[in-house]
Design a protein around this ligand. Structure first.
Ligand code: GDP
Ligand code: MN
Length: 399
């Protein structure tokens, strides 16, 4: 789960990371009021969306007076910002954050990620932070500082000082930088984050270290033990289909093809998508019903996949171990009887109670295309989809 910059700053500030004074606003009036509250003579108005790269997309505006703050906020509210991280659909701005502007001397990059190779949390830093960091890591990978943290002992002082020295910080700045790096790591560990990123971490003209931007991502599977984090979730920033699925305990991934996939298990989902591509089609999404799915859950999954307007065929591929094919079949029938669909439905069942499942499907009299193997299922799905979308005919029953 991602959170907003202002939320990440509030969390990190609780761990001793210095952040600028700021206030959240839901209207231009409120933004101007925030600027007055903060004081000073320059402010930055920042669009709060779950994405980086806002600066380049016009989502960060430096202002010299209250009127400019008002206008900047007015322009941002309701705007759909498209950044290199949002995809072409972009993300809509419903909140802006107003901060006192900092006098920047240097911009540093500081990140914490899970490094799969070492299976450790790794500090990643660069003396050349700011908006061009992607370019720098691509063209000058050697300039990136990396330091792996030993989980049993945690982050060590000498290790943090080494990073600070490599960043070329002056003695007057080292202690603050060390506290900042350690604070970020503690937040990462204690809150089960999967990513903490401060870009830029700036050195101001009076030698202060300040986190000018902050990004945090959390492990969804650990959210249950951090209610204060999980309540920061902002559904307006998520794919509505993915959040609806998550609310129902299903996991959904939206893609850009035409064949909707209902499967059980992530591995089977990958295999199903590969087979669809091999047969000449493209998946519109995949929905994992998980293990032990009841007919009601399967029916919900069906409705969710159908609510995606791009779906022109549905492939159900279940290899039941903990699941039961008869329950899956009942779920499919429940869904189709309640909301008949006008796209072909292809079902492949295998595993526990498969015979009962097949019987239920054939007895139902519903126009379901059945397949015995995954290969056959993918081929039939692609064929049915092509036929349907070309001639726009209603499909007929088949065995
Ligand atoms: P991002 O583009 O989404 O990563 O948004 P950032 O919060 O990193 O802001 C983008 C850029 O705006 C930063 O790299 C800074 O150069 C600039 N910026 C942000 N806050 C301030 C500020 O307080 N003062 C000044 N002068 N520039 C700022
Ligand atoms: Mn940034």
């Amino acid at each position: 789960m991602d959170i907003h910059e202002y939320q990440a700053k509030e969390i990190l500030s609780g761990f001793g990371v210095p952040v600028p004074r700021g206030g959240l606003a839901y209207s231009p009036e409120q933004a101007a009021y925030r600027a007055r509250e903060i004081g000073g003579d320059a402010w930055v108005v920042k669009a709060q969306i779950h994405s980086g790269g806002r600066g380049k997309a016009g989502g960060v505006k430096v202002c010299q007076d209250e009127h400019q703050v008002y206008d900047a906020a007015d322009e941002l509210f309701g705007k759909r910002l498209v950044t290199h991280q949002t995809g072409p659909k972009g993300k809509v701005v419903y909140r802006v954050y107003v901060e006192g502007a900092a006098l920047i001397e240097r911009e540093i990059y500081l990140g914490f990620v899970l490094d799969r190779k070492t299976e450790r949390v790794m500090v990643v830093a660069s003396a050349a932070g700011g908006m061009e960091i992607e370019e720098i890591s691509a063209t000058r990978p050697d300039s990136i500082i990396r330091s792996v943290i030993e989980p049993a002992v945690g982050i060590r002082d000498f290790q943090v000082r080494e990073v600070a020295f490599k960043l070329g910080l002056k003695p007057a700045q080292i202690t603050q930088a060390v506290n900042t790096i350690k604070g970020c790591y503690r937040a990462f560990r204690e809150l089960d984050a999967t990513m903490v990123e401060i870009n830029p971490l700036v050195v101001t003209s009076d030698d202060a270290i300040v986190a000018l931007d902050a990004k945090m991502t959390f492990d969804d599977n650990a959210l249950f033990r951090h209610p204060s984090v999980s309540e920061l979730r902002d559904k307006s920033q998520e794919d509505p289909r993915e959040s609806q699925a998550a609310d129902r305990g299903l996991s959904y991934v939206g893609l850009d093809g035409k064949i909707g996939c209902i499967v059980n298990g992530a591995g089977l989902a990958m295999a199903t998508m590969d087979m669809i591509e091999l047969a000449g089609g493209k998946p519109a999404n995949f929905l994992d019903i998980g293990g032990g799915a009841s007919p009601e859950r399967v029916a919900k999954a069906f409705r969710l996949v159908m609510s995606d307007g791009d779906v022109e065929a549905i492939l159900v591929n279940i290899f039941a171990g903990i699941n039961r094919c008869d329950w899956v079949a009942e779920g499919i029938i429940q869904a189709l009887e309640a909301n008949p669909v006008n796209v072909p439905v292809i079902v492949r069942l295998a595993g526990t109670h498969v015979e009962e499942g097949r019987k239920i499907l054939s007895k139902s009299g519903l126009p379901i295309i059945r397949a015995a193997t995954l290969k056959e299922a993918a081929e039939r799905a692609v064929a049915a989809w092509k036929n349907d979308s070309k001639h726009n005919v209603k499909m007929v029953a088949s065995s």
